[in-house]
Design a protein around this ligand. Structure first.
Ligand code: NAD
Ligand code: GLY
Length: 377
């Protein structure tokens, strides 16, 4: 527990990366205390807030007031909401707007929003003037438990998801769980998939906690939300602290993403399928593939699917129609994923809940069978 500028009841999780290490502050109302919290970590008293239109209307006034009260000068750059902003043209526009302000090397970029804003603004910070300081203030559950932590930033190319990017660690992350109150239920559920993911990777106790508390969390219980963010950040910080640049273990965080990115690509990265929904389906497919290969007890795959369905997340890929959503179409997307090495697709499989591992050279016929709806052989 923190009793300082973060306020009573706030928690702090440290990402241990030596000189690039930082704190993730988790609590209710942190946006209204952001100025006091950030004054100590900012290299100078000036930031550029990058946010999207939706979040600007809901949360920028409180952030702006808190920065002003702390004597931190700020400019705001507002981008359109949605995945379309994670692309080359919007990035170019953002870079132009940053440089036109102008910015100098010690001015921090403050990303206020979901994973789209965090990834876009983070990448802009990584490459503007060869690197500006970055602060992440995530306002979706997905961003609080995953995307704002660990330094992955980037945009999507027409060749695939997140193919252009950089590692750029923030100076601090402020996860204000009160900001989740304005999040549409569909977005909240999508983010919850990444909470479940952390349990499936290597925290079976956390998965059991999620089974017990996921319903409360989705229904609006702030304490459950804060606990899920804290435990997810602890799990992610441990992995990132060990393998910052994804040379090994960090790839486990891609559980559900090999299938998931293919599903998102097929959906056109839009409203049809949110990222977290694709990850939910992808995790079920990954466990069903593990079952089919004789590696995972069928009961664990079913336990995962049951919990995801219980909180209202999808667990199946849309049915093939008019040549879309076919195993062939999805495998074609997978081969363009950046996790392909030597032309071989990397899968994250599991020996059970909490026992994920990396695997290559999975026979195409097994992947096809699982995508076609066939589970265990
Ligand atoms: P998002 O940023 O598009 O946010 C979802 C929607 O919610 C948007 O319309 C946004 O305007 C709105 N919103 C955000 N906060 C709100 C709030 N508090 N109240 C009301 N509305 C709010 O999507 P996301 O799900 O947060 O992030 C998805 C992106 O994150 C994907 O592009 C994915 O690739 C990326 N991602 C990155 C990493 C990483 O490690 N960098 C990890 C996971 C996902
Ligand atoms: N979201 C995957 C990672 O941060 O590595």
């Amino acid at each position: 527990m923190e009793g300082d500028a973060a306020g009573a009841g706030a928690e702090r999780v440290r990402v241990e990366l030596g000189a690039r290490g930082y704190d993730i502050h988790i609590g209710s109302g942190l946006i209204t205390r952001a100025g006091a919290l950030l004054r100590r970590v900012l290299p100078m008293g000036r930031v550029v807030v990058v946010t999207d239109e939706t979040v600007a209307a809901l949360h920028l006034p409180a952030l702006a007031l808190s920065l002003a009260e702390a004597g931190i000068r700020y400019d705001a750059v507002v981008v359109p909401a949605g995945e379309e902003s994670k692309a080359l043209a919007p990035l170019g526009d953002l870079l132009d707007r940053l440089l036109a302000l102008p910015v100098e090397r010690k001015v921090a970029v403050l990303a206020l929003g979901g994973g789209v804003v965090g990834d876009l603004a983070g990448f802009a910070a990584a490459i503007t003037l060869r690197g500006l300081p970055l602060v992440q203030v995530p306002t979706t559950l997905l961003a609080q438990v995953d995307s704002a932590v660990g330094g992955k930033t980037g945009i999507t190319s027409r060749h695939g998801k997140n193919l252009i990017g950089a590692f750029h660690q923030p100076l601090a992350v402020l996860a204000d769980v009160a900001s989740l109150a304005t999040l549409p239920p569909r977005e909240l559920r999508a983010g919850y998939a990444e909470v479940v993911k952390m349990g499936v990777i290597d925290r079976p106790d956390f998965f059991a906690w999620a089974e017990e508390n996921g319903g409360r969390l989705i229904a609006g219980d702030e304490a459950a939300r804060a606990e899920a963010v804290r435990r997810s950040c602890l799990a992610k910080a441990a992995i990132v602290g060990e393998d910052e640049r994804e040379e090994g273990r960090r790839a486990l965080l891609n559980l559900g993403h090999t299938f998931g990115h293919a599903l998102e690509a097929e959906a056109g990265f839009g409203e049809e399928l949110r990222h977290g929904e694709a990850v939910a389906i992808g995790m079920v497919l990954a466990l069903r593939l593990s079952v089919r290969l004789g590696l995972c007890p069928p009961a664990d795959a079913e336990r995962l699917a049951r919990h995801l369905a219980a909180v209202g997340l999808p667990t199946r890929s849309p049915a093939p129609s008019a040549g879309r959503w076919t195993p062939n179409a999805l495998i074609a997307h997978m081969t363009r994923d950046k996790k392909v090495a030597d032309g071989r697709i990397t899968f994250v499989l599991a020996r059970g809940i909490g026992r994920a591992f990396l695997a290559r050279d999975i026979p195409r016929a097994d992947v096809e069978a699982v995508l076609a709806g066939g589970g265990a052989s």
